[in-house]
Write a protein that binds this ligand. Sequence first.
Ligand SMILES: Cc1cc2nc3c(=O)[nH]c(=O)nc-3n(C[C@H](O)[C@H](O)[C@H](O)COP(=O)(O)OP(=O)(O)OC[C@H]3O[C@@H](n4cnc5c(N)ncnc54)[C@H](O)[C@@H]3O)c2cc1C
Ligand code: FES
Length: 346
Amino acid sequence: MTTHTIRVEPIGAEIQCREDQTVLDACLREGIWLPHACTHGTCGTCKAQILDGEVDLGDASPYALLESERDEGAALICVAQPRGDVVLEGEVDMDEGVGVHPVRDFRARVDSLEEIAPDVRRLVLALDEPMRFNPGQYVLLDVPGGQQRPYSIASTPSNGSLIELHLKRSENGIATDGWVFSSLKAGDEVTLSGPYGRFSFRPLRTQPILLLGSGTGLAPLKAMIRHIDEDGGEYQVTLYHGVATKDDLYDREYFEELEARTDWFTYRPALSRDDWNGRSGRVPALLAEDYPRAGGNVAYICGSPDMVSDTMKALMKARLFPGTSTARTSSTPPTAPRAPTWCAVR
Ligand SMILES: Cc1cc2nc3c(=O)[nH]c(=O)nc-3n(C[C@H](O)[C@H](O)[C@H](O)COP(=O)(O)OP(=O)(O)OC[C@H]3O[C@@H](n4cnc5c(N)ncnc54)[C@H](O)[C@@H]3O)c2cc1C
Ligand code: FES
């Protein structure tokens, strides 16, 4: 397979990239960290300027990369493949204190697979060797038939050989309905790569932390909570977990036990449909009630695009603004076809 040289400005690093490989993949495998979120051309986070050379723009959503941006030489490097030597300008920055872990391929065995809520499964994978990652990052799971799907890691880097994922069934979905919820079983071999994503715990931000998740958006937040617990609970953490009914509230015992055991963790389940003896309402509404002023906190949000956007609006009303302390969205425009039911913000 022909390979080409990619030079990444402004750092001037040079790497090799195969013609059938994406530019982002080649960079991440060499430890050159460039912004990315969905890794399949729909969110626009990985937009970079091609200064010289030619790339095949691949399967970039026209909503994430506008025609005018293409004309001006922009590319979504998570889907762009080189057609010659390329020079690109990317935003090579990482928050202080956040590790950069090159992406690698792994083989794994399904250690366990269990139903933890209606249409939600916990998949634990035993990797052939430990993965190094930051709490909050995700893996790309190879699905039989050649596709890949991103899933957040819910476990901590302290045991990088055993990773936990939470999967929600999508009706007629290739990875979930067609595989994890139908034929996958304990002992099966799978392959995956990782770690990916910028949505990860920022250890140097010592302000009180708001973790705001809905559904399986809990997964990366659980990784952060477990990591903080392992490190001795040096932060004040409040978790809101939004689901529809009490049955959907998975891992409740774990969080209740943690809340009872420590003085740094508060658990606030938010049920949108059930009448129960706890609080009812969606996460953004409960947040608005509890935090008329939220400035001085750090927020991590993970859930459906609607949940993320409504939660960000609630935070901004409470004077916690993206950029000043917390958030940066990677959501897919709602009009995009097949918009993923997931997006993440920090
Ligand atoms: C960074 C990131 C992290 C993620 N982490 C998690 C996680 O921790 N847990 C989790 O559960 N999910 C997570 N997701 C979502 C996950 O990656 C998958 O998108 C989800 O599991 C659905 O995959 P699937 O293959 O089952 O469905 P897909 O086959 O991708 O289909 C998704 C939905 O679209 C419908 N569809 C398929 N084709 C079409 C079409 N042509 N037109 C219209 N509709 C169509 C399907 O019926 C289905 O309902 C994450 C996503 C991202 C981007
Ligand atoms: S990471 Fe490339 S478009 Fe989302």
